[in-house]
Design a protein around this ligand. Structure first.
Ligand code: MG
Ligand code: MG
Length: 257
């Protein structure tokens, strides 16, 4: 069941998403060779709590930490650990927080120092595909318009769209209807109505789109061990246009959103 949001609810979801966006920027500043992924998690939890939020991932269906930290061939749901980040890594951070009963949820893949040119292309194409998805979102359209825009951009660059995990509605719950796949046909799927709030989150692979689950039952990696990237923003679709409720501008002031 889809819960359409009114203006007041959209504003509250924006507040939660702004905290998540600022947390991602804080974490991004701490990512450098020599630090552990666990230290990023500690920092994120402290930052969220200091700013009046509650980490939403911690304890969610048994997930152990505030952040999902997924390095290189890990796509999503990586566990923070004693892994030491090194030059040339890419580090995907997914973060969620609850403020005043509403959820924020966003993700960003950070390059560490100098990365391989083809990996930089993966990051660029994944972020662009998210922006294309946002541009395709409008009241009166359908979820498939967003899905198609993401898939078309990614596959035209010879990269893979992970099918097993998808974007989602966001509100009082972290995962609400509808699902927002990163592949699909224009004009298909749920109709986008005034007040629909969704997270669009392409999970993109440099090589084959096929994935494997890790021994912890959570962490998703590419089957071919090639890198993967993940960017996520939250948007509210309204009669007066699409409002992007989270932002990458705290990470990169020149970002489009
Ligand atoms: Mg999400
Ligand atoms: Mg997320």
């Amino acid at each position: 069941m889809i819960h359409l949001k009114n203006e007041e609810e959209i504003e509250l979801i924006r507040v939660a998403n702004q905290l998540v966006s600022k947390t991602l920027a804080e974490v991004g500043r701490a990512i450098k060779p020599g630090v552990t992924t666990m230290s990023l998690d500690t920092l994120a939890e402290q930052y969220i709590r200091d700013n009046g939020g509650i980490p939403s991932f911690k304890g969610y269906e048994g997930f152990p930490s505030t952040l999902c930290v997924s390095v290189n061939e890990e796509v999503v749901h990586g566990f923070p650990s004693d892994y030491v980040i090194k030059e040339g890594d890419i580090v995907s951070i997914d973060c969620g927080a609850i403020v005043k009963g509403f959820n924020g949820d966003s993700a960003y893949t950070f390059p560490v120092g100098e990365i391989a040119p083809e990996t930089q292309e993966l990051l660029d194409v994944t972020k662009e595909s998210l922006y294309k998805g946002i541009a395709a979102a409008k009241v009166g359209g359908r979820i498939g318009d967003i899905s198609f825009a993401v898939q078309n951009h990614v596959e035209s660059h010879g990269m893979g769209v992970v099918r097993e995990m998808v974007g989602h509605g966001l509100g009082r719950e972290m995962h609400e209807d509808p699902q927002v796949p990163n592949y699909g046909r224009q004009g298909s799927g749920t109709k986008i109505k005034d007040g629909l709030v969704i997270c669009i989150e392409p999970m993109i692979t440099q090589g084959s789109r096929h994935i494997v689950f890790g021994e912890n039952g959570w962490t998703v990696s590419t089957k071919d061990h090639k890198p993967a990237a993940h960017y996520e923003l939250c948007v509210a679709c309204t009669q007066s246009g699409v409002k992007v409720l989270s932002t990458f501008k705290y990470i990169d002031p020149t970002a489009m959103y």
